[in-house]
Design a protein around this ligand. Structure first.
Ligand code: AMP
Length: 534
């Protein structure tokens, strides 16, 4: 039997824009709670949320923002993020998610590459002085949340467009760390993300009774699609526990807001389970939740079920380019399948495992590259047609770069990666991007970046560097200083190892697998917590 499945469903795809879908929910559940920003102590019903979204949408129109214009959002999780998401969708402006951890080097690229007409930004968050960074790169079209200009973006009365928007229009650009040294903007339509959010919600049985705790970042699909769109397409409530991830604030929000569902990448659940005060939180309202984003350790899944009351927890697998979820466990799957596999193909989608040697569909049980097809596949990378053609083939299959097997019942297992990618605590880092940046260091002649195992983050970054003749010895601290302020903190290597050269294959390819093995010994790490790169 070949490793191909398609996801069946009695429930049809939604053929509407995000704005139209929100309107339908508001009509059904106007008085129910829609959004709680716990840190700010604010809450909105669906009627109130929709009114605030419409005011902001009119404010954007009044500023000259039109359908197809790119509007950036650069902020940690907050209610304004959600308002901007739906307001841009209502007028057909393309929302550009800017990672709150970005520094000037990354920000400057994204602003230019997407052609931003407007950037809505927080003033600062933790060590990020957004206002200073925006000034440093010389960008002049920013509006800061909370400023008088932001307040003026709220306009009463007047028509909003609707009829001229269609669900296949691009509505969102999400930058993923690039294999080419710079991020690529996965461009997603209403149809892509609305349906993915809706079906994720269907598979965890969301109704208007559900309250979803969303500690995962909104700038990523996990927050704004699997969280927000899953909620608003079912009349459920979005609960934002804190601006940035905080394990104690997350569990406190679950308890205080009586959340029924909790999201997280494995690292987040590990941090929550590891709190000294864990036993003090009342998690009895939880029923379900989602773990995703990187390989989910079976032991952690079991503890989440047993100790966090999340009997129906699901695992999702996917990527930004596929809106994001491609496979997911179902609530009636056995515990073994819900903890040891990434589930089956989502409704209305197709999956296949491709044998890399023959280019044909592999047999069941044989590892190969997982490919996804269907409504969820992105429109393409923003203004990068060649990168798009590399990722999506002529038959519209998205090639994921992940190694997987599919069993006889269609359950998928992620067994490794073909792509050179490190996942540190749920943040993806393409080593190539960090290498390109480190090449700009005056003392570095050559550099290779790898992921090494780490008990807390799953993987940590390590740079092997070859120095220029006569260069000063390079310490990890000096490398970090060089990156500080320019690269996001999660892309800055924790370890630096100075070498004369790299292990190479006969064809001149750097052997990263061998580098990783040597590093595990060198650093005295636990190789059992093996990284997933093939
Ligand atoms: P992103 O585009 O940030 O959503 O990252 C997508 C990548 O994360 C995938 O291509 C996988 O390598 C990895 N990933 C996501 N979910 C899972 C999962 N449940 N198990 C293993 N790897 C995952």
């Amino acid at each position: 039997m070949l490793a191909y499945t398609s996801g069946i469903s009695d429930v049809p795809l939604l053929g509407e824009t995000i704005g139209a879908n929100l309107e339908r929910t508001v009509a059904r559940f106007a008085g129910r709670e829609a959004l709680v920003d716990v840190a700010a102590g604010r809450r909105w019903t669906y009627a109130e949320l929709n009114a605030a979204v419409d005011k902001l949408a009119r404010g954007l129109l009044a500023r000259g923002i039109a359908k197809g214009d790119r509007v950036g959002i650069w902020a940690p999780n907050c209610a304004e993020w959600v308002l901007v998401q739906y307001a841009t969708a209502k007028i057909g402006a393309i929302l550009v998610n800017v990672n709150p951890a970005y520094r000037t080097h990354e920000l400057a690229f994204v602003v230019k590459q997407s052609g931003l007409s407007l950037l809505i930004s927080a003033v600062s968050f933790k060590t990020s002085d957004y206002q200073a960074m925006i000034e440093e790169i010389g960008y002049e079209k920013a509006i800061f949340i909370g400023s008088p200009e932001w307040d003026a973006l709220s306009v009463d009365g007047g028509e909003l467009p609707g009829a001229e928007l269609t669900f296949d229009d691009p509505i969102n650009i999400q930058y993923t760390s690039g294999t080419t040294g710079f991020p690529k903007g996965a461009t997603l339509s209403h149809h892509n993300i609305l349906n993915n959010g809706f079906f994720v919600g269907e598979l965890v049985d969301y109704t208007e009774q559900d309250r979803i705790c969303i500690p995962v970042p909104l700038y990523h699909c996990f927050g704004m699609v699997m969280g927000n769109l899953a909620a608003t397409s079912h009349g459920a409530c979005m609960v934002l526990p804190a601006p940035g991830f905080d394990p104690a604030a997350t569990l406190a929000a679950v308890a205080a807001e009586r959340c029924t569902s909790l999201y997280g990448v494995p690292t987040m659940f590990i941090a929550e389970l590891g709190l000294d005060t864990f036993a003090e939180y009342d998690l009895s309202s939880l029923r379900t939740g989602i773990m995703a984003g990187s390989p989910c350790p079976v032991e952690v899944m079991k503890r989440v079920v047993a100790e966090m009351n999340m009997a129906e927890v699901a695992i999702c697998y996917g990527m930004t380019e596929t809106s994001p979820v491609s496979t997911m466990t179902r609530s009636d799957d056995s515990l073994a399948r819900r903890t040891e596999t990434v589930g089956r193909t989502m409704p209305h989608l197709e999956s296949k495992v491709l044998d890399p040697d023959t280019g044909r569909v592999a047999e069941r049980g044989v590892p190969g590259e997982l490919c996804t097809r269907g409504y969820s596949v992105m429109l393409g990378y923003w203004d990068q047609p060649e990168a798009t053609t590399e990722a999506i083939d002529a038959a519209r299959w998205m090639h994921t770069g992940d190694l997987a097997t599919m069993d006889d019942d269609g359950y998928v297992n992620i067994v490794g990666r073909i792509k050179d990618l490190v996942i540190r605590g749920g943040e993806n880092v393409y080593p190539r991007e960090v290498e390109e940046f480190l090449y700009t260091h005056p003392d570095i002649a050559d550099v290779q970046v790898i992921g090494v195992p780490d008990p807390k983050y799953g993987e940590e970054l390590m740079a092997w560097v070859v120095l220029r003749p006569g260069a000063e010895p390079l310490t990890a601290d000096r490398v970090r200083e060089f990156c500080a302020g320019k690269l996001s903190h999660f892309k800055i290597p924790r370890y630096v190892h100075v070498v004369d050269g790299f292990p190479m294959t006969v064809t001149g390819k750097v052997r990263k697998v061998e580098m990783r093995e040597k590093s595990v010994t060198l650093l005295g790490l636990d190789a059992a917590a093996k990284t997933h790169n093939a």
